[in-house]
Design a protein around this ligand. Structure first.
Ligand code: GLU
Length: 513
């Protein structure tokens, strides 16, 4: 038995993301969703969201909502669904009954105790521990008699007894073969009448007309049995593509249990990521571009993506929980930074607005009279930023009078010369006289001032940067001064003495503390 490929140009491609909602959407799940979404977009197919919520106890409404919100935020719009697996349980049971009627499955009345005894005996004799198919040989009278007595039963699938194997060609792992003799007559319905996941998943895929199952590598073990179910139900098996695992630097599978919130999509949203940057980063975890390219627009990615480009090696999420330097893989930050630097500033502005509202520094005039200034300032400061948070943190001095001063910058740039606390207020007086506040006029005044003191302009400029922006580095200082504006610059330069005092107090405190 061989599953065949579909003609992607003629067949209507249908794929699904089928999460079990047992927690938030984590980056491993998001990657599977992205691959499905890209594949559907590329082949003008249909992307379905199916929530596999049959584990009622673990499927909470919160986690279902978390998955939907995560997909929404990432921009992975689905064409059909969400379908809920729990709504189709009757259909799964009917499919099992149909398999019994058509001779592809049978009722098994063996009790757990009987099975345990057989298993132990087989183990002791070093024989196969597979179910010995006792009930497969029951006559219809024997079955009827057991049913009449009300003996509970499970339903088992009849795996072919002749020589042969299930073959399929996984788009990632290549040709796979599983001998029939290595497959037990597996249970598809429990004795309480509930269908097993293996069955429900296949029946749903058949009903939803799924042509390509793109899922995590942990699904690989189910595939041969699912192909048997497909064929017994008279359906054509889909193409399977199993994604390699995503591991952290310690080679642990990315999971909620090990990594907690740090691997949730929500976490990235809260940490100032651009959704597309996260999509772009995640898609590279396991998928190789022909030319090692790393940055894609939506259209470019849809165009470039193929299942064939997915490697078999486990992909590494280059991150160690608890590393204080980075909260994520530096590559994710660099991709996010790329988009922050290069997207049209209007696109950036909306997310910065949210950040500013949260940080309490949003001024409604940024949407009105100060719009031009707001956009130009974001454009000026964004070049070194990695996340939206940086606009409200490192960029705070542009938008608020209440901004932190990096102690490192203070030590390096301001404390270097005690004289600066006299110089900067003097410079402020000169700057106050400037009529036309431009890049050229401020530069001229600062250079003449430094010359007069016979100090290098750099000493003055670095001190100005720290006092005016709180930062050690940033865009060209004269552009910075223009953006911050005369009044605020003059005021901050005059306030340098207070900064000295504050700094001294805090250093004293840290010595005492
Ligand atoms: N519900 C399964 C999971 O979350 C998906 C399996 C599949 O895609 O077939 O792992």
């Amino acid at each position: 038995m061989q599953s065949q490929d579909y003609d992607k140009t003629k067949d209507n491609i249908r794929v699904r993301f089928a999460p079990s909602p047992t927690g938030y959407l984590h980056i491993g799940g998001a990657r599977t969703a992205i691959y499905n979404w890209l594949f559907a977009k590329k082949h003008k197919g249909v992307f379905i969201l199916r929530i596999e919520d049959t584990d009622i106890e673990r499927s909470t409404t919160d986690s279902i909502q978390g998955i939907i919100d995560g997909l929404d935020w990432l921009g992975l719009n689905w064409d059909e669904g969400p379908y809920f697996q729990s709504k189709y349980i009757e259909e799964h049971k009917k499919a099992a009954m149909r398999l019994v009627e058509t001779g592809h499955a049978y009722k098994c009345f063996c009790t757990k105790e009987e099975l345990d005894v057989k298993r132990k005996a087989a183990l002791a004799a070093k024989q196969s521990v597979q179910y010995d198919r006792t009930c497969r040989r029951l006559t219809s009278e024997a079955i009827a008699a057991k049913e009449a007595q009300g003996i509970p039963y499970v339903i088992r699938f009849k795996v072919p007894e002749q020589q042969g194997a299930v073959y399929f060609n996984d788009s990632v792992y290549g040709p796979i073969e599983k001998q029939y003799q290595d497959i037990e007559d597996f249970v598809i319905v429990r004795s309480d009448g509930s269908p097993l996941y293996l069955l429900s998943n296949a029946v749903d895929d058949i009903r939803d007309g799924i042509t390509h199952v793109i899922r995590g590598q942990d699904g690989l073990a189910n595939t041969p049995r699912q192909i048997l179910i497909y064929e017994a139900l008279g359906a054509r098996p889909p193409v399977f593509a199993h994604m390699p695992l995503t591991l952290d630097l310690k080679k642990r599978k990315i999971s909620k249990r090990t990594h907690g919130e740090l691997v949730s999509v929500q976490f990235y949203r809260d940490h100032g990521f651009l959704p597309w940057a996260l999509v772009n980063y995640l898609v590279l975890l396991g998928w190789h571009t022909p030319d090692d390219r790393e940055i894609f627009s939506r259209e470019e990615l849809i165009d470039a993506f193929s299942l064939e480009g997915i490697g078999r090696a486990n992909s590494i999420f280059n991150y160690t929980p608890g590393d204080p330097k980075f909260f994520t893989d530096p590559k994710a930050l660099s991709i996010n930074s790329h988009f922050l630097r290069t997207l049209p500033i209007e696109e950036i502005a909306e997310s910065v607005k949210e950040e500013f509202i949260t940080a309490g520094i949003w001024d409604p005039a940024y949407d009105g009279t100060k719009r031009q200034w707001f956009l130009a300032t974001l454009d000026l400061i964004r070049s070194r930023f990695h996340t939206f948070k940086d606009f409200a943190d490192m960029g705070r001095a542009y938008f608020s009078e209440d901004f932190p001063v990096d102690p490192k910058a203070f030590k390096k740039n301001v404390l270097k010369h005690e004289d600066l606390k006299d110089w900067l207020p003097q410079l402020a007086d000169r700057m106050e006289q400037i009529d036309a506040w431009t890049v050229e006029t401020t530069e001229e005044v600062i250079r003449v001032f430094a010359q007069g003191l016979e100090v290098k302009p750099g000493i003055i400029i670095n001190a100005i940067r720290t006092v005016v922006t709180g930062q050690l580095a940033g865009p060209g200082i004269f552009d910075v001064l223009k953006a911050i504006g005369k009044d605020r610059v003059v005021k901050r330069l005059r306030g340098v003495r207070e900064l000295f005092t504050k700094h001294r107090e805090s250093s004293l405190q840290s010595i005492k503390g």
